[in-house]
Design a protein around this ligand. Structure first.
Ligand code: FA5
Length: 343
């Protein structure tokens, strides 16, 4: 019996030595000091032993029990200290600044479109949109530009079907076809602006892209005059570019308006001294406009004796170019993040 107790003692201490986890220590306690452990059983069955053996086994078993208990206490202390060290190491500094997640942003042209539409919304215009792929009829014919009309040369067109085809499709060269689409559907009074992409088959340069944005405006009612057009556009320019910028308003020709005008803003880059951005003229043209031609109104059964209106088509890219002094329109669409992240 004493021999067995000795073996138990050595085995228990060996195992205790290797333990480094509180859960294993608990298992160890149950196995060697628990109610069903061999040691407890031995102590319980002492009475059944012969007297001499009972004494020596009893003394030895109790010694072993005390030794194991103190080993257990010691180990508990070691493990608790180790846990504290670990916690210390894992400590979080909640005062450290967090890592910023990269955030997306709207493209500078989307921002400009939003801002432009907001200004017109504030003046009572409604926002509508139309298709990029357009019929010859809406892009030209209904706007007083029949086939073989020389004004078609003003709009270098990307054709989808043959240009000879009367029902040809094309990529709209301007947002003006939406004037017709709106007037077909709605009777005056009309006040709409139409943001959208336009396409032209022309060489690009500092102020011309083959894909660009326009915002079309159309107001049709009784007694609308050129003064209303001028007031609207001057107010728009004042809100977008500030009081101090110069606005030039002068005659131009578009077959679908009479009279036609062009609006330009003084060049921010050179203060009208002349530079590459403004083509050495000191001015940057931002929009074409005019009073809706009576023939256009007649085509959609609006009586020009009763109703009249104004229309304009604004080049959107030119707005941020003028504001920030951006010298090349092609920067907007070259996916150069260092450029785009500035806005
Ligand atoms: C037109 O497109 C007419 N539809 C405007 C209009 C509407 C006149 C209603 C009368 C009544 P224009 O081709 O000039 O006109 O273009 C208008 C504006 O779009 C220009 O002032 C310019 O700011 C911009 N624009 C024209 N072509 C380009 C291009 N290739 N790249 C960038 N912007 C352009």
């Amino acid at each position: 019996m004493l021999e067995q107790l000795k073996e138990l003692h050595t085995q228990a201490l060996d195992e205790l030595e290797k333990i480094d986890d509180p859960r294993d220590l608990e298992l160890w306690r149950v196995q060697y000091l628990g109610k069903k452990s061999r040691l407890t059983q031995t102590l319980r069955s002492l009475a059944a032993l012969p007297l001499e053996e009972r004494r020596s086994v009893g003394v030895r078993a109790n010694e072993i029990k005390r030794a194991l208990q103190s080993g257990l206490t010691e180990k508990e202390k070691i493990l608790a200290e180790a846990r504290l060290v670990l916690l210390e190491r894992e400590k979080l500094d909640v005062t450290l600044p967090g890592r910023l997640a990269p955030t997306g942003r709207f493209h500078v042209i989307t921002q400009a479109l939003e801002e432009i539409c907001d200004v017109f919304r504030g003046m009572g215009f409604q926002i509508v949109e139309g298709p990029d792929v357009e019929w010859d009829y809406y892009n030209f014919e209904a706007l007083n530009i029949p086939q073989y009309h020389p004004a078609r040369d003003m709009f270098a067109t990307l054709w989808i079907d043959s240009e000879m085809d009367k029902k040809a499709r094309l990529l709209r060269t301007h947002t003006s076809p939406m004037q017709i689409r709106v007037m077909e559907k709605v009777r005056p009074p009309i006040m709409v602006v139409v943001p959208g992409r336009c396409y032209r088959y022309e060489a690009t340069d500092a102020t011309h892209e083959s894909m660009f944005y326009q915002v079309e405006g159309l107001a049709v009612d009784e007694n609308i005059t050129l003064a209303d057009l001028k007031g609207t556009l001057f107010e728009f320019c004042r809100r977008l570019f500030g009081e101090q910028r110069k606005v030039r308003f002068r005659c131009d020709y578009f077959p679908f308006v009479e009279p036609g005008v062009e609006v330009a803003i003084d060049c921010l880059a050179c203060s009208r001294g002349g530079c590459r951005l403004c083509g050495y003229t000191g001015w940057i043209e931002i929009l074409g406009a005019g009073m809706v031609h009576p023939d256009v109104l007649k085509k959609i059964d609006i009586d020009p004796e009763v109703h009249c209106g104004f229309a304009f088509g604004l080049g959107v890219e030119r707005v941020p170019m003028l504001r920030y002094g951006i010298e090349d329109i092609r920067l907007f669409y070259s996916n150069e993040l260092r450029f785009l992240k500035q806005f």
